[in-house]
Write a protein that binds this ligand. Structure first.
Ligand code: XBP
Ligand code: MG
Length: 255
């Protein structure tokens, strides 16, 4: 295949995509929040995996508490408090270290910046922790160069496409020139509904989800000396062994 132009924008999801944040991050923080309020609830890895089909921490808490029979008025009082405490715990977990970017993320973002490709973030996570996590994962200079950071406060939850449409508007780019990097089926649905190309990097909790509509599916993006683990490459775009800007440019050119 001939060399192709780079995409004009890359938009990254956060949870599961930039880093494995769910099992040892958010899940642990939710449990600490339950504990702080003296509640008996604890989410083990399996239960949390099931709850992840509900996007958004507050909605996840509400679903769980409703499922164990808590009345709506009590939930309306408890959920915001639990979520605030969970975010507090998640922030202290981030500050203690241990959450690292997934393989290839920093390389791909640096390639994008070097080529003048705009980079944005589209997450259903909350503003309360997203900025700080981005700073820890990417380092402040990369975080400060992001052209858009769209969080749960700015748009409807995935799989609604709004989060991607808001990110595109802030980046002043058309969906057909942009590639979303996602780890989940809900994220893939949101990106496709907004008209973007979507490369999926499967994560701990999403390996068994349906990615039939993805433009590329890998288990990691790869780095120098560590080839990407390709799951499905329907447009035959991965040539160098890495998911890089050339790879994603081929996706955009394949339309
Ligand atoms: C991420 C989420 C988030 C986090 C928790 O989905 O669903 O809700 O689990 O964050 P995606 P909050 O990666 O598709 O954006 O507790 O701040 O909601
Ligand atoms: Mg995700």
């Amino acid at each position: 295949m001939a060399t192709s132009p780079a995409p004009r924008a890359l938009i990254f999801d956060v949870d599961g995509t930039l880093a494995e944040t769910e099992r040892d991050g958010h899940r642990v923080a939710f449990n600490l929040a339950f504990e702080r309020l003296g509640l008996p609830d604890r989410w083990d890895e399996e239960v949390y995996g099931e709850l992840l089909s509900t996007p958004g921490g507050k909605q996840r808490l509400d679903r769980h508490l409703a499922g164990r029979g808590m009345p709506a008025d009590e939930r309306a009082r408890l959920v915001p408090e639990l979520h605030r405490l969970k975010n507090e715990e998640f922030l202290s977990l981030i500050r203690r270290g241990g959450i690292e970017p997934r393989r290839g993320i920093l390389r791909l973002i640096d390639e994008a910046f070097a080529a003048g490709v705009r980079v944005g973030i589209a997450t259903t996570g909350s503003r309360a922790w997203v900025d700080e996590l981005l700073e820890v994962l990417l380092g402040r200079p990369r975080r400060d160069r992001l052209g858009a950071i769209v969080t749960a406060e700015d748009a409807a939850y995935k799989p609604d496409p709004e989060i991607y449409l808001v990110a595109l508007a802030r980046l002043r780019e058309e969906p057909r020139n942009a590639v979303a990097i996602e780890d989940s089926a809900l994220g893939l649905q949101a990106a496709k509904a907004a008209g973007l190309y979507c490369a999926v990097v499967r994560s701990d909790y999403t390996a068994d989800q349906d990615f039939a509509r993805a433009d590329l599916v890998v288990d990691d993006l790869g780095d120098e000396g560590k080839p990407a683990r390709i799951v499905c490459d329907p447009h035959h775009v991965v040539a160098s062994g890495l998911v890089d800007l050339v790879t994603l440019g081929r996706l955009v050119a394949a339309r």
